[in-house]
Design a binder for this molecule. Structure first.
Ligand code: IVH
Length: 679
């Protein structure tokens, strides 16, 4: 046997394992909505399979995953044979793969590489794909992708989705199939999993599985309760063409009343595609649905037709995947952090691993109940998830280490050793050390100088910790006496490691600039429990000056202030009556010029004193802008419609809120009318 044969034998053995594995994972994913491995791990298996097939094409059979799509249909649903196959997409993982894709397209079409070909770029929705068939303008059937040839008949369930038109306007072809993705908005997913948990049912792994599971319900009232949505992005069978380009399809779909992913881009150069990719990746955490990449499609439909497809994927499109946001690693240690209000937060220290392009070595474990619920232990292999810039979290434990024991949450503070108590109904255990707890004191100082509080440039967490450790700052007022003390110090800050004349001067400047402070910022900076920015503002506008607040503070009077309930009032009173806090305040007053509250001048107008709700998509400004403008105009902007609502501002694609407003006889304003009335 030659060495080559030996390699080939090995390759065949590995190939057979891969084929079986991929089929098994396909079934878990497509039929049971219960994948065992991450998408990235699955993609890696497929890549390995492709590499072996490229080297040994003779291994490929009809049964090879590269010749089939998804998984055969499940029992319990009748079958629908797709009039046109529902394809899958090839993957690109980096810029080079995208360049290769465009080169392949040009080579296939015989186009000179310098000639431009327009590419349409769109978000890749991470849901469950399906095909909707309309005949004579009426939705007559809907099918899942299934194996690409035959799918499950989910017509009844699809009809419960409120943003899928049941009818198409006149002018639509006699037969047209609209293809797209059914997905579950993230907020609905979170609510569903909470409900699953409350019922003792297994939570869904992610919104995609939840959407797929909800679509495959034999009882359509279950589907109806799940708030599914649909995005249209392609066409299947059709009796007459409706557009010449992918862009044209999108416009037609939108005109027919379908939701389409937004924004899109059309460009002929790779750098334009990469810009779009980056832009969407940044926006991704703020979307209210999951996407797992970008799909690039040749814009011209005639060219798409010429390009056709190869095995399971079209030549005219490719999916550019985002870096995996999930990964598996090991917990080295579980540490307990103590926060500003004494809350003990468990944090897992991890074997460092790259997730979504960033190296992660810590993840939050939220609270002790979470640890118990997921049975997370030191040494566990765990799945971690990172979305955008938020702190990564551990979603599940995959495997315990031999001999590991359940984690025991401490009942005393790891820093000051005071008792840590969990009050009834609270998920959080808190250190009772209060003012004697160094951890709480340091956290309070960090909070005091943070962005929404004193916002002292150059005084980040590290500097605070350093100055605390050296005994330079023990209480907030010390920040403002530091420069004077430093002048006579034998070890001035400018001589310390990492500092110099200039950086010390800069720090003094930054501190001195903040001696004039607005009352609401000052109140917020105190870090009173349950007093965030909004409450701080309310207190400032009610009491106008700090001395007035300190002398007239009264529990019952606080309850008169909007949004302040008994618990918050109790915390506020407790803070201002505590002896140490009185000292802290006196010391601060000496150092600062706390400016009295000045009401923003609001002009009397249409919106003064009115309750306003915004819904739908605004085209001339962002929602945040509209909200700010309304508030300046004296309105209270609320998130939900009730009989108390005065106006509903309805942007494009306004949905249930608009209906509710109409039912309640609330005055509805279009975006244009709203802007008109503002000025
Ligand atoms: S175009 C030939 N556009 O991703 C298929 N597909 O993983 C042309 N998908 O099978 C599809 N978002 O079900 C297209 N904006 C989008 C998409 C999209 C999600 C799905 C589609 C495809 C799968 C591949």
């Amino acid at each position: 046997m030659s060495l080559f044969d030996f390699d080939k034998d090995d390759a065949k053995t590995r190939y057979d394992v891969l084929v079986a594995d991929i089929h098994r994972h396909d079934a878990l994913y497509h039929r049971h909505d219960n994948p065992e491995i991450t998408d990235a791990a699955y993609d890696a298996l497929r890549r390995e399979l492709n590499e072996i097939e490229e080297k040994y094409p003779e291994f490929v059979t009809e049964n090879s995953p590269s010749r089939t799509v998804g998984a055969p249909v499940a029992d319990g649903f009748s079958k629908i044979t797709h009039a046109r196959a529902m394809l899958s997409l090839g993957n690109a993982f980096n810029e080079n793969d995208v360049i290769d894709f465009i080169d392949r397209v040009k080579r296939f079409l015989g186009t000179h590489s310098d000639n431009a070909i327009d590419i349409f770029a769109e978000q890749k929705i991470d849901g469950s794909s399906c095909s909707l068939r309309y005949e004579n303008g009426v939705l007559i059937s809907a099918a899942t992708r299934g194996d690409g040839q035959v799918g499950e008949d989910i017509t009844t369930n699809i009809k419960t989705i409120d943003n899928i038109p049941q009818k198409l306007p006149a002018g639509a072809p006699d037969v047209v199939e609209v293809r797209g993705e059914v997905y579950m908005p993230t907020a609905s997913f979170d609510a569903l999993n909470k409900a699953q948990d409350a019922k003792g049912d297994k939570p869904f792994a992610n919104p995609r599985n939840a959407a797929a599971g909800s679509l495959r319900q034999l009882d359509s009232s279950v589907t109806a309760s799940r708030n599914l949505k649909f995005f249209g992005y392609a066409l299947g069978d059709m009796s007459a063409p409706i557009a010449d380009t992918q862009m044209g399809i999108r416009e037609r779909l939108s005109a027919w009343g379908f939701s389409v992913p937004d924004p899109i881009a059309v460009t002929s150069d790779v750098s334009g595609l990469m810009d779009y990719y980056e832009r969407i990746m940044v926006a991704r955490p703020d979307l209210d649905y999951d996407i797992d990449g970008i799909v690039y499609k040749v814009n011209d439909l005639a060219l798409q037709e010429r390009l056709g497809f190869v095995s399971r994927a079209p030549r005219w499109a490719i999916a550019h995947k985002f870096p995996a946001e999930e990964a598996i690693t090991t917990i080295r240690e579980i540490i307990i952090q103590v926060g500003r209000t004494g809350a003990l937060t468990p944090v897992a220290e991890l074997e460092p691993i790259t997730v979504g392009g960033v190296v992660v070595s810590r993840a939050t474990l939220h609270n002790e109940d979470e640890i118990v619920r997921k049975d997370i232990r030191v040494g566990d292999k765990v799945k971690i998830k990172r979305a955008g810039d938020v702190i990564p979290k551990i979603t599940e434990s995959i495997e315990h280490m031999d001999g590991s024991v359940p984690f025991i949450f401490p009942d005393c503070c790891p820093v000051c050793d005071s008792e840590a108590i969990r009050e009834e109904g609270d998920v959080i255990r808190r250190c009772q050390g209060g003012l004697i707890c160094d951890a709480q004191a340091v956290e309070r100082l960090k909070y005091f100088v943070s962005k929404n509080a004193f916002d002292i440039e150059g005084m980040g967490d590290k500097v605070i910790k350093q100055f605390w450790d050296e005994g330079l700052i023990k209480s907030p007022a010390d920040i403002f006496t530091l420069e004077t003390r430093d002048k006579t110090s034998l070890t001035p800050i400018r001589n310390k490691e990492g500092w110099g004349e200039q950086s010390a001067d800069k720090l003094w400047d930054a501190i001195n600039k903040k001696r004039d402070v607005d009352l609401h910022r000052f109140i917020y900076a105190l870090g009173i429990r349950q007093v965030g920015q909004a409450t701080a503002k309310r207190l400032a506008s009610h009491y106008i000056s700090l001395s007035n607040l300190r002398t007239t503070l009264d529990h019952d009077a606080l309850l008169e202030i909007e949004d302040i309930g008994p618990a918050v009032a109790t915390d506020i009173c407790a803070f201002f009556h505590e002896a140490h806090n009185i000292d802290v305040l006196d010391a601060l007053v000496e150092q600062l010029n706390i400016k009295n509250f000045e009401a923003v001048q609001t002009q009397e107008g249409v919106f003064t004193g009115k309750v306003v709700v915004i819904t739908g998509t605004l085209t001339q400004m962002t929602r945040a802008e509209a909200k700010a403008k309304l508030e300046v105009a004296g309105a209270k902007v609320s998130g939900s419609i009730s009989a108390k609502t005065d106006y509903l501002i309805a942007g494009e694609k306004a949905g249930s809120k608009l209906k509710k407003a109409e039912d309640l006889n609330v005055t509805v304003l279009s975006e244009d009318v709203f802007i008109d009335k503002l000025t």
